[in-house]
Design a protein around this ligand. Structure first.
Ligand SMILES: *Cc1c(COP(=O)(O)O)cnc(C)c1O
Length: 502
């Protein structure tokens, strides 16, 4: 399988090169030349495999320049960290007790080392990268630079810590992340990690990092110390491809739990931000997983709902900070890959869309393309009230606790079923432990959180619901602080150069 760019005709490259390069030089994203097919017989075989084995069976179709053994090794090591035997448990809820045949399967993607679904991919990416370096003969050290508003930074740190021939440096806005998010990052161990607070907000931090990436002088300087810059952003194919696995795994779990028979159609719902997770569901469907509709769930930053409903992508909506912050995004980068595939690889058109988005802040797709997307996707958004209500209802009805992002998806599932009467079994991507958004979850359950600090909130939620606090969060209180550098925006590049030279 070779990889090409979404924006121009390039010489096709192997997956190892695509993973190391991250972004194509023309600004496009790497996509597979074609989408491989999986038969029902192959899906049947997944049922009796464990998660790393399932990952190997799916990934080998895309990463054909990796051997099965290499993929198995990457997957074993990546998912060894997860705190449950099944790695991704499926909790089955039956919303309509008159219709027990139409279950909602909540796919818990957050049992990794940082309790965020980003672990699913960020535990794999460094391992795939490391193998890619060997394959391509890359001699330089790779320095991963990331600006984070909270979750991605920690998941990336945990993934890259002590991975040979790599270094990782994470910048976060000083005072702009929660106490727990900060502690998760500043207590990160590993010889190759560095965490720095920036005086400013997230935009300042991100702009600072972007500047470093596009600064020729810094690149030349780094080249001298034999260092290549890279990012752990979700536009990297190595971050996207591991996500395709869990939809197959969820389907296999549905079969195992006797909720469906192999070959039965299901729907999938995904709380969406950058369009990475949901695009993985699209790839699974295109590969042959029996999926009827994919539900794109947004919060009140509803650019994607507008896009799917109207055919116009307009990023110039007002930006809202919400209780599901990982979905507070107005530019969903991975949508570009969907446009590429659904225009049958028409990179000129995709490039024009992206140019218009850049120049005018919006673009419009034609009717025939819109109709194609309508067949695959349903889109809607949840208000803050909808989200809180869903957390409370799900807990009251099922004694099942969900975080704010998962609640957005569940709320769209309810809307979809009401509107369309389509009650097919549905897999819902659950993207964070409720303990990562404790304050909002407690508030939704009707608890008064005034005066409770982050750790007191963990205890309160545990007392109220009886759900265990993830160990990695509970132990933070006593973990040693290892990173205490705070810098100004204009000091960031110097710190990067200094760290690269260490
Ligand atoms: C990143 C994230 C999302 C959004 O996923 P995308 O792949 O960016 O669409 C949803 N929920 C949580 C908790 C996340 O961290």
């Amino acid at each position: 399988m070779k990889y090409v760019s979404t924006r121009s005709k390039i010489e096709p490259i192997n997956s190892a090169e695509a993973i190391l390069q991250g972004l194509s030089e023309d600004g496009g994203l790497f996509v597979p030349e074609s989408i491989p097919k999986i038969s029902l017989a192959e899906i049947e075989k997944l049922v009796d495999l464990n998660y790393p084995q399932r990952a190997t069976a799916i990934l080998k179709n895309f990463l054909t320049d990796y051997s099965d053994d290499e993929l198995a090794e990457c997957a074993e090591l990546a998912y060894d960290w997860f705190d449950v035997v099944s790695k991704v448990p499926l909790s089955i809820l039956v919303q309509d007790t008159n219709n027990p045949k139409f279950p909602v399967g909540v796919l818990e993607l957050w049992h990794g080392p940082t309790s965020a679904f980003k672990d699913m991919a960020l535990q794999m990416l460094p391992r795939l990268m490391r193998k890619a370096m060997k394959k391509t003969g890359e001699q330089r050290e790779i320095l991963i630079l990331t600006a984070t508003s909270g979750d991605t930074g920690k998941a990336a740190l945990a993934g890259f810590a002590d991975v040979p021939q790599t270094k990782i440096m994470v910048f976060y806005p000083d005072g702009g992340v929660s106490k727990i998010q900060r502690l998760q990052m500043v207590t990160q161990t590993g010889k190759n990690v560095n965490v720095v607070a920036v005086r400013g907000n997230f935009d300042d931090t991100q702009t600072g990092v972007k500047k470093i990436f596009s600064d020729e002088k810094i690149r030349a300087e780094l080249e001298k110390s034999n260092v290549k810059l890279s990012s752990a952003n979700s536009i990297n194919w190595g971050r996207l491809v591991p996500q395709i696995v869990y939809y197959f795994s969820g389907y296999a779990e549905f079969i195992k739990a006797k909720q469906i028979k192999n070959g039965d159609q299901v729907n999938i719902a995904v709380p969406t931000g950058n369009f990475g997770n949901i695009l993985a569901a699209y790839y699974a469907k295109k590969m042959g997983l029996p999926v009827k509709k994919i539900l794109c769930a947004s919060n009140i930053n509803h650019v994607l709902t507008d896009f799917f409903k109207s055919g116009t992508y307009n990023r110039k909506l007002p930006f809202h900070k919400t209780i599901s912050p990982s979905m507070d995004i107005l530019i969903s980068s991975n949508l570009e890959r969907l446009l590429y595939h659904e225009t049958d690889g028409d990179f000129k058109r995709v490039k024009n869309f992206m140019q218009e988005l850049n120049d005018k802040g919006k673009y419009k797709i034609d009717n025939s393309l819109k109709k194609k997307l309508d067949k695959i996707f349903y889109a809607d958004f949840a208000t803050e009230e909808d989200t809180k209500k869903m957390i409370k209802e799900t807990f009251d009805n099922f004694k099942y606790l969900v975080d704010t992002h998962t609640a957005v998806a569940l709320s769209i599932v309810a809307k979809y079923r009401r509107e369309t009467k389509d009650l097919l079994p549905i897999l819902v991507a659950s993207t964070a432990s409720p303990y990562k958004f404790t304050g909002a979850v407690l508030d939704a359950l009707g608890e008064n959180i005034e005066g409770l600090d982050d750790f007191a909130q963990l205890d309160r939620l545990n007392l109220k619901t009886g759900r265990p606090i993830p160990k990695n969060l509970a132990s933070l209180d006593s973990a040693k602080i290892l990173h205490d550098t705070v810098c100004d925006k204009d000091e960031m590049s110097d710190l990067v150069l200094k760290f690269a030279a260490e």
